[in-house]
Design a protein around this ligand. Structure first.
Ligand SMILES: Nc1ncnc2c1ncn2[C@@H]1O[C@H](COP(=O)(O)OP(=O)(O)OP(=O)(O)O)[C@@H](O)[C@H]1O
Ligand SMILES: [Mg+2]
Length: 180
């Protein structure tokens, strides 16, 4: 993990997300630290190292599907798979530090704590993801928008040891229906 002491709890994270208080923007850092506690103190957690190649998204989805079934969280599978697909594809396409063809690993970690699922993707690049604001007709630049729409919260941070970064997304279960 980051080496920082957790400053929040899963309950704090849940309350922040429940209040709709965290998206990229105001309050993000506080909430991100609280949400890290979901991963640091997870009741259920599993991770997989993947070769950063074209098969990584498929392997990541298979791993995720298996874990959510084991944890009786099938109800979240579509939302989690979408986020995992986008984050792993991003790590594969934008997060490599070695030339194509040389082996490089990325790590996916799925956690569950107090009705919050955490998805963490580690890659080796120190470039943080930045949502793109392209023209409506753009063919790419949509992945992080999908993550933001599907997750209750997400963020990214550099690893303190200088070896890359983590991209984190969180989903609350059961989701609160949006107000009409
Ligand atoms: N893991 C990553 N490492 C470095 N940069 C990233 C990473 N993920 C995303 N980015 C940057 O953030 C931008 C936006 O990512 P996003 O997923 O929204 O779009 P995209 O990957 O370019 O296109 P699409 O996902 O629609 O195929 C990327 O173009 C890239 O510059
Ligand atoms: Mg993308």
């Amino acid at each position: 993990m980051t080496g920082r002491s957790p400053v929040g709890t899963a309950a704090a994270a849940e309350s922040l997300m429940g209040s709709g208080g965290w998206r990229e923007g105001a309050g993000m850092k506080t909430a991100a630290l609280a949400l890290e506690a979901v991963i640091e103190h997870a009741e259920l957690q599993s991770s997989i190292s993947l070769s950063s190649d074209d098969l990584a998204p498929r392997r990541a989805r298979a791993f995720t599907r298996t874990k959510l079934a084991e944890w009786s969280l099938d109800v979240l599978v579509d939302r989690v798979l979408l986020i995992v697909s986008e984050l792993v594809t991003n790590a594969r396409c934008h997060g490599r530090t070695k030339p194509e063809g040389l082996s490089e690993e990325i790590t996916l970690k799925i956690s569950y704590q107090n009705a919050v699922v955490g998805i963490e993707l580690e890659d080796n690049s120190r470039q943080l993801p930045v949502p793109r604001k392209g023209p409506t007709g753009a063919l790419d630049g949509r992945g992080l928008c999908l993550v933001a729409a599907e997750a209750d919260a997400w963020t990214s941070c550099l690893k303190p040891d200088g070896t890359g970064k983590r991209v984190l997304a969180f989903l609350r279960w059961p989701s609160t229906p949006s107000a009409v």
